[in-house]
Design a binder for this molecule. Structure first.
Ligand SMILES: O=C(O)CCC(=O)C(=O)O
Length: 273
């Protein structure tokens, strides 16, 4: 099957913002129909969780934070948005590269969730090396700055930081002492260039897999259902790990050697560049 060429959707200014800050907001990337479709996909995912589904909040949390990963092959709405929407075109603009689909990620905070998403980078949890990448995060519910995703501008250029579990702060990936620890950002927020945007359904943020990001819980009665797509550019290669990555991909080592491109049916090319 021939891979579609990308259509230009972002401005030079948006592309420059992403490269400088490691994050850019793109208003209205998805149509109302696309948002409704993703919302249906999220509800289906919640009703039919996969083996990767996890609860990321404590049992006594008044709300609930749940996540699931890699469901595009069984949830048509997720497959559609990855393959046919302007998301992959925007990723091609940002990466100036062919676009490979890495995975989808659903993140839902139910009303009253206290659990924060701690400050973290994504790439140290993954099984990929390289720098040319981007992720998209979009809410299907309106989010205020209290519960939106927030980012430390420029942090994607400052190296890898220790990944830890969200709930208990355990080092389950890189061994203790092998990476620099996360700086204490909460309590010292004035020392960091923190960027965030209130968002309407259809708006998205694109961010680099090394950009530090965080969100608070959600107050009141508002759900915060979000969906994310992860994209790989032309220098991204397989980095097999001695631990279970998040998300987990079983038995890839036999198919993709260390250091090779993620050329595999699980990671389809979405745009030719
Ligand atoms: O939705 C959240 O609170 C966290 C999102 C996140 O960490 C991500 O998309 O990588």
């Amino acid at each position: 099957m021939s891979i579609q060429p990308a259509t230009r959707v972002l401005t030079e200014e948006q592309i420059a913002d992403f490269h400088r800050d490691g994050v850019v907001v793109v208003r209205g990337l998805f149509s109302a129909d696309e948002v409704a479709s993703i919302e249906r996909g999220i509800e289906r995912n919640l009703a039919e969780p996969s083996d990767r589904f996890k609860v990321a909040s404590q049992p006594d949390d008044p709300g609930r934070f749940v996540e699931d990963f890699c469901n595009w092959q069984r949830i048509a709405e997720f497959e559609d948005i990855a393959f046919t929407s302007r998301a992959a075109d925007a990723a091609a603009d940002l990466m100036r590269s062919p676009v490979r689909f890495y995975h989808d990620h659903m993140l839902v905070k139910e009303p009253g969730t206290r659990q924060e998403t701690p400050w973290h980078q994504d790439q140290p949890y993954y099984n990929v090396d390289g720098f040319n990448n981007c992720s998209l995060w979009m809410p299907v519910d309106p989010v205020t700055t209290e519960s939106t995703l927030e980012f430390v501008a420029g942090s994607h250029k400052k190296g890898w930081l220790m990944p830890r579990t969200f709930m208990n702060n355990e080092a389950k990936w890189f061994p203790e002492g092998s990476l620099t620890e996360m700086p204490a950002i909460e309590g010292h927020r004035e020392n960091f260039d923190i960027r965030s945007w209130s968002m309407q359904p259809g708006d998205v943020v694109f961010f680099h897999m090394l950009t530090l990001h965080h969100s608070y819980g959600v107050p009141g009665t508002q759900r915060r259902r979000a969906f994310s797509l992860r994209f790989l550019g032309d220098d991204m290669v397989h980095a097999p790990r001695n631990w279970i990555t998040s998300p987990q991909f079983d038995d890839l080592d036999a198919d993709i050697p260390a250091g090779a491109p993620m050329d595999h049916p699980l990671f389809p090319l979405l745009r030719a560049g």
